[in-house]
Design a protein around this ligand. Structure first.
Ligand SMILES: NC(=O)c1ccc[n+]([C@@H]2O[C@H](COP(=O)([O-])OP(=O)(O)OC[C@H]3O[C@@H](n4cnc5c(N)ncnc54)[C@H](OP(=O)(O)O)[C@@H]3O)[C@@H](O)[C@H]2O)c1
Length: 330
């Protein structure tokens, strides 16, 4: 079977290799991967990691099950979970030892072997191409909006940019009956966001004081929740755009990994800051149930063939996409 491997030299250094897969051991399953999707993290991993199969997000069909596996059977359509061993409960340090496409081999392969508790049936009726969008971006948005102080109907959420996490955030806001405010550097993308239900759209390139525009749109109060994917470069404005006793879900670092933040506005506005790192298998199951009931469909920007993996990375890096970039392995 064929699999890509990172070499540490960015995505141009991706190597396509022939690998043998063994038998699934006790408690494991073999999955024929039919589709994967890319996340911003995969661009970072391509520079940092070597000798590992990339991509956390993939879905396909179970082809063999190991001894003792009862809850998953051959023929099931499943997605892998980002953290193979975070099944339920609180986040824990060792979950990082089995993060797909980073600390362990990921999904950019024709076939993978995973622990049975590290895969989950996809929403009913979903194709592998659709389901491959869920494990990282969707679950992160879900965790941010549900597992902290849940975003209620009639409350407001601020979404930054139109990448994978933010677009799922917009779709979940619609599902919850919340008011969505989304920013983008592109008017064209904002038009698409409005067609998907965004209540307020702000071009952050034309409106550098977008925090003030958020306050204007919320009667000067600010939003109940921010899905903060920008990091140090956007955090002060995200805090300024949050209402008293609101919350900021700290998710991403699109503007860079480090910077200074003045804690005083957080204190004086009684804001809750909550770090969010993808989510557990239990959260994934809850999200899939909500997706099924509400008939949500992912926004797939573009799909590439398995042999075009580098082009898919390049497209994601260019940031012209909206929502998710997918690789079809079939
Ligand atoms: N903590 C976690 O568990 C977790 C999980 C998933 C992702 N993340 C992080 O969250 C971030 C987003 O990930 P993703 O996969 O959704 O990324 P993505 O799909 O690559 O999103 C890229 C988009 O972000 C927008 N953007 C870039 N710079 C921006 C800025 N300064 N202000 C506002 N928007 C900006 C742009 O949208 P426009 O073109 O519309 O301007 C760009 O197209 C990344 O830092 C990623 O590492 C964290």
């Amino acid at each position: 079977m064929r699999a890509y491997q990172l070499t540490g030299g960015g995505f141009d250094g991706l190597q396509l290799m022939d690998r043998t897969t063994g038998e699934p051991g006790p408690g494991e399953v073999e999955v024929r991967v039919e589709a994967t999707s890319l996340n911003y993290r995969d661009l970072m991993m391509a520079k940092r990691a070597a000798g590992v199969v990339p991509l956390s997000d993939g879905a396909g069909v179970v082809t063999r099950v190991g001894e003792g596996v009862t809850e998953i059977t051959e023929g099931d359509r499943v997605a892998g979970t980002f953290f193979s061993h975070w099944v339920d409960g609180r986040a824990f340090a060792a979950m990082h030892n089995a993060a797909l496409g980073g600390s362990v081999d990921g999904m950019l392969a024709e076939s993978v072997i995973l622990p049975a508790h590290g895969v989950i049936p996809v929403p009913a009726g979903w194709t592998s191409t659709q389901a491959a969008t869920l494990p990282c971006a969707a679950l992160t948005a879900w965790n941010a909006m549900v597992e902290g102080r849940q975003l209620g109907a009639g409350q407001s959420v601020l979404l930054l940019g139109t990448g994978g996490v933010s677009v799922f955030g917009l779709q979940f806001a619609e599902m919850f009956g919340a008011r969505s405010i989304i920013t983008s550097s592109s008017d064209h993308k904002l038009e698409i966001m409005r067609s998907m239900g965004a209540d307020v759209t702000i071009n952050y390139a034309d409106t550098p004081d977008w925090d003030k525009a958020v306050l204007d749109a919320t009667d000067g109060e600010g939003v109940d929740l921010v899905l903060e994917v920008g990091g140090a470069g956007t955090l002060p404005k995200s805090i300024a755009a949050t209402r008293f006793d609101g919350q900021v879900a700290l998710i991403g670092i699109l503007t860079g990994p480090a910077g200074e933040t003045n804690p005083f506005p957080i204190v004086s506005r009684s804001i809750t800051m909550r770090g969010v790192y993808v989510g557990s298998r239990r959260m994934f199951a809850d999200m899939n149930a909500a997706i099924e009931v509400n008939g949500l469909e992912p926004l797939i920007d573009r799909t590439y063939a398995f042999d075009q993996a580098r082009d898919a990375y390049r497209h994601l890096e260019g940031q012209s996409h909206i929502g998710k970039v997918v690789i079809d392995h079939t």
